[in-house]
Design a binder for this molecule. Structure first.
Ligand code: GRG
Length: 301
């Protein structure tokens, strides 16, 4: 009898990050690096990000029987969209943060106008990559079109942007747990969900499995945000590469503010258990997704 190979999340994350970072570099290489806009895009994109969304896209493709090569451009496009959202979120007109990914935020390192344009440029480049006709890996055009639309909706005014709008509008005004949950489903959950679904779709996953994978993504998306709220209270700013304690200062609606720290930690644990339960019918190929679910609430950054 052959025994199952043991799975090491750290090695998996390191290997996938290397592939993603190399491809992100490659995708920006064609642009003249001395141009100020390219310099700002590269500054924000290349560095110490966890690459969670592209890794989820790849892990979902693998769980669906596909290969990382099938989804690498889409995975990189998702990281560009995520990075754009961080650049804009850090702007003086939004959260006015000075530290991100262990270094000065883009508008501090460059200037506000350049940071706005770098965010815009990463967002549009993401869709240029998704629609690239020379990408021979994911050949089914109907699926690619569906994925492009899904990603646009998740990032746009019915997804992440609406979540950010609510976050700003409700700052300092108490929200019910249900309203906070739907705000987070939009602000953070939508992009995490579409990372998983696009990976599965591009790998040709059967629709029944896609339902399970998107349920998994909903659970871990919320768990990720609850963990982020907890880290904002008790995380180590040096390890996280960004300021902590900022949510309380801004009177943001968060799970620790609403439920307290202990109940928030319990909730994060329950969400991960639910995420694992919906993957019960998946074989060993879903092991990365299972381990990532656990990592999401155990991480220190
Ligand atoms: C400005 C359109 C627009 C949207 C902003 C996602 C978002 C909406 C803002 C980010 C601010 C924030 C702290 C959100 C909470 C969760 C989150 C998305 C954290 C950052 O993501 P990580 O931890 O970051 O995956 P890295 O740097 O590892 O990629």
């Amino acid at each position: 009898m052959t025994s199952r190979p043991s799975f090491h999340l750290h090695d998996y994350l390191t290997a996938r990050r290397e592939i993603i970072n190399a491809e992100l570099n490659n995708l920006l290489r064609s642009s003249d690096p001395s141009r100020r806009i390219v310099e700002a895009m590269r500054y924000a994109l290349i560095g110490s990000g966890k690459r969670l969304r592209p890794i989820l896209c790849i892990a979902a493709a693998e769980a669906a029987g596909g290969n990382y090569k099938d989804v690498l451009p889409a995975a990189c496009a998702l990281e560009m969209i995520h990075t754009y959202s961080l650049i804009h979120d850090d702007l003086p007109s939004m959260d006015d943060d000075r530290l991100r990914r262990g270094k000065s935020t883009c508008h501090v390192a460059f200037d506000e106008a350049t940071a706005i344009l770098a965010g815009d440029a990463l967002l549009t480049l993401a869709f240029e990559i998704l629609a690239n006709p020379d990408d021979t890996h994911s050949s089914d055009l109907e699926i690619r079109l569906k994925v492009i639309r899904m990603i646009a909706r998740a990032a746009g005014y019915c997804g992440m942007i609406e979540g950010q709008m609510r976050d700003i509008r409700f700052e300092g005004k108490p929200l019910s747990p249900d309203k906070l949950k739907s705000l987070y489903a939009l602000k953070t959950g939508a992009l995490i969900n579409v990372a998983v679904e696009s990976g599965a779709q591009l790998a040709g996953c059967a629709s029944k499995k896609i339902v399970a994978l998107t349920d998994y993504a909903d659970y871990i998306g919320l768990a990720f945000q609850v963990a982020d709220d907890i880290l904002n209270v008790e995380g180590d700013p040096d390890r996280m590469g960004k300021a902590v304690g900022t949510d309380a200062v801004r009177k943001k609606n968060t799970y620790p503010a609403l439920l307290g720290l202990d109940a928030s930690k319990a909730l994060a644990g329950e969400l991960v258990c639910s995420a694992l339960a919906v993957l019960a019918s998946f074989d060993y190929s879903a092991e990365p997704l299972r381990m990532i679910a656990r990592y999401i609430i155990e991480r220190k950054r």
